[in-house]
Design a binder for this molecule. Structure first.
Ligand code: SF4
Ligand code: SF4
Ligand SMILES: [Zn+2]
Length: 274
């Protein structure tokens, strides 16, 4: 099994998972969506709020702000040595004090740990008019998307099977499939249809080319065939900024490995080493 990135930056990534299975591909997708821990605001203490938003709406908006997360610095509150009370190893404290007239943005949240800033600084929270005021203290903790979507590190995480396009010798190069393909990945060369170099991964598997070929009067079987490689998958990922996309992939893989090890140990215990 191998993973090869075709594009990667901190925010988005695209990779191919080879020599794998549909079960593993889906497990990896689910792990990256639901099992990668990030920081998000969980507790909010509102000292003053004369804005147009209720306290609850304000707390909800603060909870949804993605926060840059260094997983080497924090651990989940339940597993922390403080016993879940909250300490610098499991909790980041923020303060916010703003007076109108102004728009309050995510950058107005001032963290106690400078590394745990909001991932995007221009997220609007609430507009204050003259005389309105907001004074808030908030605490962020680590958790996963399984508990609530605000801890989900990915905003996009999906995959498709790797496309396989075969052209049979019966192709007469009429070009109808080329015109029909919405992704513009086919061409006619030397009297036959071909896939343009480097474009096969763009195929959406819509099979419009197959249907178009049948309308060319070729007979009962199209000369172009669309299928998939069941052991190869194209993944597309987009992060919310809390973690780099590569880190999300590594964390997802680590989760699966740890779970597999747990399962192997449990089976060994049950079978008594037989
Ligand atoms: S399946 Fe759709 S996207 Fe792929 S080659 Fe055929 S028409 Fe184009
Ligand atoms: S429509 Fe069929 S016959 Fe015509 S070029 Fe495409 S594959 Fe070949
Ligand atoms: Zn703690």
């Amino acid at each position: 099994m191998e993973i090869v990135y075709s594009s990667l930056n901190d925010q988005t990534g695209r990779f191919i998972l080879r020599d794998s299975s549909p079960g593993f591909a889906n497990s990896l997708r689910r792990a990256m969506v639901s099992e990668v821990p990030t920081l998000a605001i969980e507790d909010v203490r509102i000292y003053d709020n004369t804005s147009a938003l209720f306290d609850e709406m304000l707390a909800h908006r603060l909870g949804l702000i993605p926060i840059k997360t260094d997983l080497t610095l924090y651990q989940e509150r339940e597993k922390c040595s403080c016993g879940g009370v909250g300490c610098p190893l499991c909790t980041v404290t923020y303060t916010m004090s703003v007076e109108g007239p102004t728009m309050v943005y995510s950058r107005d949240l001032i963290p106690q740990d400078p590394s745990a800033v909001p991932a995007l600084e221009d997220i609007p929270i609430v507009k204050l008019i003259e005389g309105q005021k907001l004074v808030v203290e908030a605490r962020a903790v680590l958790s996963t998307g399984k508990e609530h979507a605000k801890w989900q590190a990915t905003t996009v995480c999906g995959y498709k099977n790797y496309p396989v396009i075969s052209i049979k010798p019966s192709c007469d190069g009429c070009g109808i499939c080329v015109e029909e393909c919405p992704k513009r990945i086919l061409e006619v060369k030397d009297g036959h249809a071909h896939v343009l170099d480097g474009r096969i991964e763009v195929c959406s598997l819509c099979k419009l080319c197959e249907k178009a070929c049948l309308t060319s009067g070729i007979g009962d079987e199209p000369a172009i065939g669309i299928s998939t490689d069941r052991s190869c998958f194209i993944f597309v990922l987009e992060g919310d900024g809390s973690l780099p996309v590569k880190e999300i992939t590594i964390q997802g893989l680590n989760f699966l490995k740890n779970r597999s090890d747990d399962l192997a140990r449990a089976i060994a215990d049950i079978s008594g080493g037989l």
